[in-house]
Design a protein around this ligand. Sequence first.
Ligand SMILES: Cc1cc2nc3c(=O)[nH]c(=O)nc-3n(C[C@H](O)[C@H](O)[C@H](O)COP(=O)(O)O)c2cc1C
Length: 417
Amino acid sequence: MKRVDDFRLRFGKNEYVPIMVGGMGVDISTSELALEAARLGGIGHISDAMVEDVSDRKFDTSFVKDKTKLYKFNINNSDKSVVQFDLERLADAQRRHIGATMAAKKGDGLIFVNCMEKLTMNGPRETLRTRLNAALDAGIDGITLSAGLHFGSFALMADHPRFREAKLGIIVSSVRALQIFLRKNAKLDRLPDFIIVEGPLAGGHLGFGMDWAEYDLMTITLELLAYLKAENLDIPLIAAGGIFTGSDAVRFLEAGAAGVQVATRFTITNECGLPAKVKQEYVKATEDDIIVNGISPTGYPMRMLKSTPAIGAGIRPGCESYGYLLDATGNCAYINSYNREVAAHPNEKNIVVMDKTCLCTHMRNFNCWTCGHYTYRLKDTTHKKPDGEYQLLSAEHVFKDYQFSIDNQIALPEKEF
Ligand SMILES: Cc1cc2nc3c(=O)[nH]c(=O)nc-3n(C[C@H](O)[C@H](O)[C@H](O)COP(=O)(O)O)c2cc1C
């Protein structure tokens, strides 16, 4: 029986272990996690979601404080159109986050940044242009465009000197999405260097409707492989979503995928950015504890733990400090839901908002516990300690388990207690 290490992901002349650790915002896929994947010869992702806040925490900058001060006057106004990102500051934060990660890189692997395009930031085109170009300035090896694919994104960095050198890829969940992307980009004469096909069992936002359970990653992967072959397109296809063991990965590699992208198994590693208490929530979860709901203001379904504090929390919208989900007109679905509940309960101190959540604030505080479908299997990957808590893993252990395991086995770590 084969193992993942029998395969290699090729970009031009270079070869990599065909394991990508997926981007997990906000700073759940930390630099430390991505750097481990790169050190071990694979590909790690950092994420640029809420990068100004990430920079403040890592480098003691004051982007969020300064923005809050500037727009404080608007906090009680439901029209948020004045709350704009300063593009120079945004680029500065991006360069710090990515530059520091790249400076620490060791080994033969690569570091990519996951850019969620649904972060429309009250100025979708200009803020995305700034994020992408600053990432290239800072020397990122590659960019993965995700959630909300703007079909014109490649054009936003077409004038950058690294536009043809950096690895640029997209995440899609159907042949149709890929077809549209390729059609819109045809005049740039620049194909994606890789395509990630993300199925319905992934963590984070899903590229499906609430009928997600009717889709299956292997079927979509085979459809995409057939499409690429028919079009004579030699682009590596990376399968993602619910690949829990090395043997699961081998099935995709044998079917013709060039690599796999995985994330959930790394949520209980020391290098993952979730607070230790939250990691325990993940590992303890049962299948019934995991739901897909519509509370994300992006409009995409999102998978999360039922016990996530973000559900129902009627906090005042945090757009003056964050505002990453404000659309081109300065609106966010959460603002509407929040105002509706405030109007319906004028004397209530603790407002409850069930249909949407203030995703920026909750992701920033690690209070939106998004997770992959197989989170309930995490307990099979480690030891339970006598006090009832679970032992955390090293990213190296999980990476190597994917790389070398056979026969659907999961290697347990050495006991630390
Ligand atoms: C906690 C968590 C956060 C995630 N956040 C993002 C994100 O910000 N952007 C994104 O494109 N994908 C995100 N994902 C999806 C992963 O990058 C990855 O494609 C997917 O989860 C792989 O499936 P698996 O978790 O079953 O291994 C997230 C996944 C998890 C588990």
